[in-house]
Design a protein around this ligand. Structure first.
Ligand code: F6P
Length: 342
């Protein structure tokens, strides 16, 4: 059995833990593992490395991915699609284990339609992959954002300022909701609920009137004000999966709050800091369990699936299920974003 493993899309803490688990479990079963570099791009360029126990030694606590990653979409044109199919054959891969979010798994799903065998492992700091209760990377991102919000509190309080913290989260507000709750933010804004800027300003003002002369607003990059249907974007250019680069909502809010309330306001974008560095113990364990389960699925002939966390259990779902929608914050949890609003 020859397994190809790759990491695609935005990196997330825990990728190395997952790669290590895939390799270590494969060694136990006597399988060969080929590490494809830079996501699907490595399959197009035949850029790969043989992975054995030594190759993955010491990578468990490291951030990023030892294989590199990219947002390459091999199905974006026919030439690449043909090359992809040919190269999987040339490498003699029996199964591809794709570690990634919805874009990466959508490529795996298409490969399964073409008759290839795949097993997906869900990762993204956004926690927005359908069919799993959790993706690895999320816990680390929330911890980093929470620590940042704690730090923002002390400087906001010292200067009697309002500070807007923009966190990642394209379609789903999981990071904003969790870090906002954990960090005690006064206002939490998520993409799932368009917000009223007047209401945000009233909340900030009320807090000052109540004698707490500073405020912290946490906003997901994908949050939108009512009446402005489009995301705030850094550039109109789209990646291979059709995504624009989000960003700018924090700065926009900073200006609006200051203009409408007269309160001195600043904004900070946490950006890629949320994706960097060592994974939390939770993410290491989850990524490890996913990696082991992916190879076990191969062993059991349970293919064209994505491993998934359901409650405390690791199980599998058809890969087609996993890519059918984003997992956004459900309606019955959204009230939490307002639970501590002034
Ligand atoms: O997909 C995860 C994510 O971190 C999103 O939250 C964010 O919008 C995007 O990646 C940023 O992508 P890039 O690394 O390409 O700037």
């Amino acid at each position: 059995m020859r397994i190809g493993v790759l990491t695609g899309g935005g990196d997330a803490p825990g990728l190395n833990a997952a790669i290590r688990a895939v390799v270590r479990r494969s060694m136990q079963y006597g399988y060969e593992v080929i590490g494809i570099k830079r996501g699907w791009a490595g399959l197009l360029d035949m850029d790969y490395v043989r992975l054995n126990r030594d190759a993955v030694s010491g990578i468990l606590p490291k951030g990023g991915t030892m294989l590199g990653t990219s947002r390459t979409n091999p199905f974006s044109n026919e030439v690449d699609q043909k090359k992809l199919v040919e190269n999987i054959g040339k490498l003699g891969l029996d199964v591809i284990v794709s570690i990634g979010g919805d874009d990466t798994q959508s490529v795996s799903s298409k490969l399964s339609d073409l008759g290839f065998k795949v097993v997906g492992i869900p990762k993204t700091i956004d926690n927005d992959l359908y069919g799993t209760d959790r993706t690895f990377g999320f816990d680390t991102a929330v911890s980093i954002a929470t620590e940042a919000i704690d730090r923002i509190h002390t400087t906001a309080e010292s200067h009697q300022r309002t500070i807007v913290v923009e966190v990642m989260g394209r379609h789903a507000g999981w990071i904003a909701l969790y870090s906002g709750l954990a960090g005690g933010a006064d206002v939490i804004l998520i993409p799932e609920e368009p917000f009223d800027v007047d209401e945000v300003c009233s909340m900030v003002k009320k807090r000052y009137e109540e004698g707490r002369k500073f405020a912290v607003v946490v906003v997901a990059e994908g949050a939108v004000p009512k009446g402005i249907p489009d995301f705030f974007t850094r550039s109109a250019e789209k990646d291979a999966f059709g995504h624009v680069r989000l960003g700018g909502i924090g700065e926009w809010l900073e200006k609006e709050i200051e203009k409408r309330t007269g309160i001195e306001t600043r904004s900070v974008v946490l950006g890629h800091v949320q994706r960097g560095g060592s994974p939390t113990a939770f993410d290491r364990v989850l990524a490890t369990r996913f990696g082991l389960a992916a190879v076990d699925a191969v062993k059991q002939g349970n293919l064209n699936v994505m491993v998934s966390l359901q409650g405390e259990k690791i199980t599998t779902i058809p890969i087609k299920e996993a890519v059918k929608a984003n997992r956004i914050v459900p309606e019955d949890m959204r009230w939490l974003a307002k639970a501590f609003s002034p």
